[in-house]
Write a new protein. Structure first.
Length: 450
């Protein structure tokens, strides 16, 4: 009995230590089993208390009355599958007649308390089927990306969502995006994760960094073109517009619109072209977009109009030509001048880190997800890297990118420098890097996101 007591005390102490220091390990070792049992045991009573049950069918009630049996209890949604994950549980429910997915979403906070979980979110899989994702601990406090993620052309993992799933940047689905964040909000780390995800892919990277290149020029070996001033940026954007026109001419000559060609083979963008003819897709990263829109003289105003016009053209027409925009900045508002709101309308993806003013949050989410504005301005200053990500569908998520130091990003870009394509149109803007930079062992990354 003494040995059993000692072993039990040791197990409880180990569980408490893991829950404090390594919540992910605690969840996999103890939490997932306890949480699954808790959900299964409490399920019917919790659903009844949350108002997520419906009366039994009329024929059951009539049969009970006719046979003098007890009236059947109200029925909760039927559990179709309970699946444990590395961060929580996934519960797939079949709704009863008369129930709606919004009923589950409205009761998510009550379900979180009742099942003793850290967070509960829901989404509709198909008509009548809802997936409820429950997290067992704060996955955004210490971001740990899964060892294996889905890989696809022009789709890279960049962050972790609050429900434990991976947040992907899919350029085929969302070609252009806007990323906002105040100083020390984690925007630069998010950008590094984006470059690190794109580096191994067959894609050309083009950077515009008006802070004299301090953010993007260390990664120059993986960039096909870089601009470090508004004047150079204007010329680079004009070259991209000219390349876009050339790509459209190529698509036009290769459309293959004849009677004998199936509809699926008719080319409308670069992804419909044969592999040997397909131009290299380009991702344009613009750091501090406000620097491109500010002016003090008439000459600078003309340059500014030229830059904004080129950006709007690329945002409106660049997708089919394989040109994708990543617009980043600390501030983004209508006071930046004409054309800014037109540019914003073309940027489907929106990501906002901690912001200093509500106006920028409204510019990010006011037209697509008004309820995300409040979430964006409530991000605390001590949680660097935490962000709100949304798109034109109206949905939004809290995300946090894993910490990636500048040295880690530089090493990765140097490793994949041989994948940097040579584009003739952008040759004048190719950065000069000199000799290859040796890989330097990275310092141990901090668990918190910078």
């Amino acid at each position: 009995m003494t040995a059993f007591t000692v072993a039990l005390v040791l197990v409880v102490a180990a569980a408490g230590l893991l829950r404090w220091r390594r919540p992910a390990w605690y969840w996999l070792a103890f939490g997932v089993t306890l949480a699954a049992l808790r959900v299964l045991v409490r399920y019917r009573s919790v659903m009844d208390a949350c108002g997520l049950t419906v009366p039994s069918a009329r024929w059951r009630l009539a049969l009970a009355r006719a046979t003098n049996r007890p009236i059947p209890e109200p029925r909760p949604p039927r559990i179709r599958r309970l699946r444990p994950t590395r961060t929580g549980l996934v519960l797939r429910l079949k709704l009863r007649p008369g129930q709606d997915v919004f009923d589950i979403a409205a009761a998510s906070d009550r379900l979180r308390h009742s099942f003793s979980m850290f967070g509960v979110t829901s989404r509709e899989v198909r008509s009548g089927v809802v997936e409820v994702r429950m997290t067992g601990y704060d996955v955004l406090k210490r971001v740990q990306m899964p060892a294996e993620t889905e890989t696809r052309a022009m789709r890279v993992p960049v962050a972790l969502r609050e429900d434990g799933s991976v947040h992907y940047r899919d350029y085929r689905a969302i070609p252009h995006a806007l990323t906002l964040g105040a100083t020390e909000s984690g925007k630069s780390v998010y950008q590094r994760n984006l470059v690190a995800g794109l580096a191994p892919l067959d894609v050309a990277l083009v950077g515009i960094d008006c802070k004299q290149g301090v953010e993007l020029f260390p990664l120059a070996r993986r960039f096909s073109a870089l601009a470090d001033s508004p004047d150079t940026a204007a010329e680079l954007l004009d070259a991209l517009v000219a390349r876009m026109a050339d790509v459209y001419r190529l698509i036009r000559t290769q459309q293959r619109i004849t009677v004998g060609v199936p509809d699926a083979e008719i080319a409308a963008d670069i992804w419909d072209l044969p592999d040997e003819l397909r131009p290299t897709p380009i991702v344009v990263l613009v750091d501090e977009v406000a620097e491109l829109a500010l002016y003090a003289t008439k000459e600078e105003e003309r340059r500014r109009d030229r830059i904004i016009t080129a950006l709007v053209r690329l945002a409106q027409l660049g997708r089919a030509a394989g040109i994708y925009l990543e617009i980043c900045g600390q501030r983004f508002g209508s006071e930046l001048g004409k054309g800014i709101t037109m540019l914003r309308a073309q940027l489907t993806g929106r990501t906002a880190h901690r912001l200093n003013d509500e106006t920028s949050a409204n510019m990010a989410f006011g037209d697509i997800a008004p309820d995300a504005v409040l979430a964006a301005i409530q991000i605390p200053a001590d949680l660097r890297g935490l962000a709100i990500a949304g798109d034109a569908s109206g949905g939004w998520h809290r995300i946090r990118a894993p910490h990636t130091s500048l040295r880690q990003a530089v090493n990765l870009c140097n490793r994949y420098a041989d994948r940097t394509p040579d584009l003739p149109e952008l040759a004048p803007f190719r950065p000069t890097t000199g000799t290859a930079t040796a890989l330097v062992p990275s310092a141990k990354a901090s668990p918190a996101t910078a």
